[in-house]
Design a protein around this ligand. Structure first.
Ligand SMILES: [Zn+2]
Length: 159
């Protein structure tokens, strides 16, 4: 399989429905053959998750990383928050955080989940975010490559 065939530019209807994964489970949402994608904050109305405060330093860093996240695939769907009672916001992008031989992937909705719904991500994800280089920097690209993200990087001709 070459990199080109991994990228779907056609919107797929079923992806309009929010996919849900348990925290730290393998995330197979993307049309990429990577075993190293670990799901964080893929929540829907049936999800059970940890609730509580997070360090503001972590939250602010996550806000910066999710403001302009690097995307290996064209986003085909929208993540609507299913935890809101009214006026749920929608999110289109995902954030990829390489750390300790894995790549964590969270919908950018994670910022909203933390802020509005007191979602508490796994401690390893907090560590990963605090250690993550700036998006689109050479260090970030290197971190992706060093943590199993070669296929992700190749998928958009980033190499
Ligand atoms: Zn919400």
């Amino acid at each position: 399989m070459n990199g080109q065939t991994l990228v779907s530019k056609t919107p797929v209807k079923k992806s309009l429905i929010m996919a849900a994964f348990k925290d730290l489970d393998h995330c197979n949402y993307f049309p990429l053959e990577s075993e190293d994608l670990i799901a964080v904050a893929w929540l829907n109305k049936d999800s059970t998750f940890e609730k509580g405060p997070v360090e503001e330093q972590f939250f602010r860093k996550l806000c910066v990383l999710t403001s302009e996240p690097w995307q290996p695939v064209v986003s085909a769907g929208i993540h609507l928050c299913e935890l809101c009672q009214f006026d749920a916001p929608g999110f289109f992008e995902n954030v990829f955080i390489p750390y300790q031989g894995k790549i964590f992937v969270a919908p950018v909705a994670i910022v909203h989940y933390i802020s509005a719904h007191w979602y508490q991500p796994p401690p390893i994800f907090v560590e990963a975010v605090l250690a993550c280089p700036p998006m689109k920097s050479m260090e970030y690209k290197k971190a992706l490559l060093n943590n199993g993200g070669r296929d992700l990087v190749k998928a958009i001709g980033y190499l």
